[in-house]
Ligand binder design. Structure first.
Ligand code: PLP
Length: 718
């Protein structure tokens, strides 16, 4: 560990934590402590393997959390690893790479280390061992941090350390979802509490409920990029204040609003307390939008008039909207805002209606409920949606905010999402590409170059197919053991539970559908015509379905959709060929997107802003079958997957029926025949052609490196 990187705050604290950990390890394994405290390992091709080799049993049991793992690993395992020259050498290489990354000078982006981009988000999906994410939004935020590290863009993440993270899922015998929460002890995670030069904890305060709520700060290293997480679970806070950083997407709206104050106002204060002077603040979705009001207040304090303060604030913020779904664009009754911030007008020295007007479409309408999305849009110099289609939908949706302009002239652009390719591409494919693509293909500027991917054509079909078979076998083996355990826990009979272990086969077609279970994502289309579904599942050319996903604890509609899937479990062949994997998270996502043959996405258009799991799938030769919405409307070219048209229907029932029929038509007439059509060597030639095309057309355009470049060029640069 040499240097501390471009942001010093908290760097020393992380180093100290790593040194404490190193002191417990046999000396040759000291580099592992550097690795453990920087998530850079998680997207190195060897990272996971290094830990797994030390103790293959304990590594998954520790949730792939390297800090906990190194504390819990039995000394015999560590002693054995210390004598393994090859392993030690590989650990040294990775630790050196991390040091180099951390010390690397800023890339040429027109943004300096002194004035980085500060990225605020309610959730970050960096790795399963830091469970402060729920779904796609968090995954995207985590992928952006990693892409910023790869491209050496000066970048700082700001979020919340939810002490219980997001919920865990358990399905009961009737198919109903139950939730439970685990405490996250940050001392046993790759995080360190940020201290000041006198070794006292850095704490910021946020006025909530008329009290001063205090928050401490944790630093997590994601390659070159630091992620700072706020946490109210400290002694001096009242019990309810401690609960603010308790759970992600808490249902109680008052707690939610308090969380948004913590994230926005607390995040803004945190940057000041740590001496970080960002060139701009990127608000990812409406949750952190209260940061803008904090800046307005500072400006007023320094003598600016209200309008002037608003104007300077707008110059420092940019905003990304992620959802055309009403529930994602939260509004609050004024009484609730008043309860959470009772002294707003006094604190700002501005009339309440003027402040709340910033969060209203019609600023002068005292009846309108303030909205975090409106606040973010109004207070930012640039705003964007997350795919071409979503940009247009957002312009339409928010046109009333820009009176006198036609929707086309609404100043909301789009930056299409991307997924972090080194995180989401299976190691076996990475190794295959190491052999066939030009050296350095994983570097950000190479990834985004179509030329890099044209070499995919040089890889023989046999090689791709052999790799697919190995990845699918790995997935099947894992699903068999997970499903039997899940089923027995649910109370199913041993006979039923074991049907899957005898039947699931890697040489048969595997179709996957996994993401948050929200009604608009239409998991229910799969069982809309049960007879047709059962025919496919029981046919000679078998189709195997793998499902996963959590419904929000308060979303009974989504829970009923899940239950409906389970209601079919007694039908013939379902126990053999269908598995629902409980407690979806990033590591399950990585297994499914890489090991399935087909990835389904069935959103109700135009409600899928982008979708990212299909991109992750495409990086792994998995072929998308999706409604033409979000990213797929941009990516689909007629030959790189399958599409369901987004047409107009007179009712949503009609749309569901038509789309479900279209799904089964495609599966029966195109997908299944193509998968099982083999040449004399047993290769599905046409299938592989499509899979290659899918990867070639998706990798350069839908990787996070491209997304980051677009943000720099279209949004961040002044
Ligand atoms: C990528 C990802 C998602 C996003 O899936 P969509 O299909 O884009 O909704 C959700 N959850 C997890 C765990 C992911 O990794």
């Amino acid at each position: 560990m040499r240097n501390q990187g471009f942001i010093k705050a908290g760097a020393r604290d992380v180093q100290r934590a790593a040194q404490t950990l190193a002191a417990r390890l046999p000396p040759p394994l000291a580099p592992l402590s550097t690795i453990a405290y920087n998530y850079r390992w998680s997207w190195d091709a060897d990272g996971d393997r290094i830990f797994r080799e030390i103790d293959p049993y304990r590594w998954p049991r520790c949730g792939q959390n390297p800090v906990l793992f190194l504390i819990e690993a039995p000394s015999e395992a560590l002693e054995r690893a210390a004598l393994d020259r090859d392993l030690v050498r590989r650990a040294e290489r990775l630790a050196d790479l991390i040091d180099e990354d951390v010390d690397a000078p800023a890339g040429d982006h027109g943004i300096s280390d002194e004035h980085p981009v500060a990225f605020f988000c309610a959730e970050f999906g960096v790795h399963r061992s830091l469970p402060v994410y729920a779904g796609g939004l968090g995954g995207l935020a985590g992928d952006l941090l990693k892409a910023a590290s790869d491209a050496r863009l000066p970048f700082v993440g700001v979020g919340i350390l939810y002490r219980q993270g997001y919920f865990h899922q358990r399905i009961d015998a009737s198919g109903w979802q139950h939730e439970y929460w685990h405490d996250i002890d940050p001392d046993f995670r790759p995080a360190a509490r940020v201290t000041d030069p006198d070794d006292g904890p850095v704490e910021v305060h946020v006025p909530i409920w008329g009290q001063d709520v205090w928050a401490q700060v944790w630093r997590v290293n994601v390659g070159r990029v630091p992620l700072f997480l706020l946490d109210t679970q400290i002694e001096r806070n009242s019990p309810r204040a401690k609960f603010i950083s308790g759970r992600l997407y808490e249902s109680n709206p008052e707690i939610r609003l308090a969380q948004y104050a913590l994230l926005g106002v607390g995040g803004y204060r945190l940057l000041q307390a740590l001496g970080i002077d960002p060139s701009l603040i990127h608000l990812n979705e409406g949750h952190p939008a209260l940061a803008t009001l904090q800046m307005v207040r500072d400006e007023i304090r320094e003598g600016a008039g209200f309008d002037q303060a608003v104007e300077s604030t707008r110059n420092r913020f940019v905003f990304t909207t992620h959802t055309p779904v009403a529930a994602g664009n939260e509004t609050y009754p004024v009484e609730e805002v008043n309860r959470v911030f009772p002294d707003m007008a006094e604190r700002w020295g501005a009339p309440l209606n003027e402040l709340l007007g910033l969060a209203r479409v019609d600023a002068s309408n005292g009846q309108e409920r303030p909205s975090t999305t409106v606040l973010g849009l109004r207070m930012s110099r640039k705003a964007n949606g997350v795919s071409r289609v979503h940009g247009a939908v957002a312009r339409q949706m928010w046109a009333p905010l820009y009176p006198g302009r036609s929707p086309d002239a609404v100043p909301i652009g789009h930056v299409t999402n991307g997924a972090h390719l080194p995180t989401w591409m299976h190691v076996r494919y990475r190794e295959l590409f190491d052999r066939y693509l030009e050296k350095g293909w994983e570097k950000p500027d190479r990834l985004t170059h179509p030329e890099t991917w044209s070499r995919i054509d040089d890889i023989p079909d046999e090689e791709i197919w052999a790799t697919r078979n190995a990845v699918a076998e790995e997935l099947c083996e894992w699903v068999r053991s997970r499903s039997v355990r899940d089923r027995l826990t649910r109370g199913d009979s041993i006979e039923y539970a074991e049907q899957i272990s005898n039947a699931l086969r890697p040489d048969h077609l595997i179709v996957g559908f996994a993401r948050r279970v929200a009604t608009y994502k239409r998991l229910h289309l799969i069982t809309l015509d049960p007879q047709r579904a059962l025919r496919l599942i029981g046919s000679e050319q078998a189709v195997q379905f793998l499902f996963a996903g959590k419904a929000h604890p308060k979303d009974d509609g989504a829970k009923r959709v899940l239950q409906n899937i389970f209601s079919m479990k007694g039908a013939p062949h379902v126990g053999e060929h269908v598995a629902f994997i409980e407690d979806y998270d990033m590591s399950i996502a990585a297994r499914l997107v890489s090991g399935c043959d087909v990835w389904l996405n069935l959103p109700r258009p135009p409600l899928e802003a982008s979708g990212t799991s299909g991109m992750k799938a495409a990086f792994n030769f998995t072929i998308n079958l999706s409604v033409l919405d979000g990213w797929w409307a941009e990516a689909y070219d007629g030959e790189n997957g399958w599409a369901i048209e987004a047409r107009d229907y007179s009712s949503e029932q009609q749309r569901d029926a038509a789309d479900s029929a279209a799904l089964y038509d495609l599966l029966e007439k195109q997908v299944v025949p193509s998968f099982y059509d083999r040449n004399e060597s047993g290769l599905p030639v046409a299938w592989l052609q499509r899979a290659r095309r899918s990867l070639k057309t998706a990798a350069a355009r839908f990787c996070a490196a491209r997304m980051l470049r677009d943000y720099v060029e279209q949004v961040y640069r002044p």
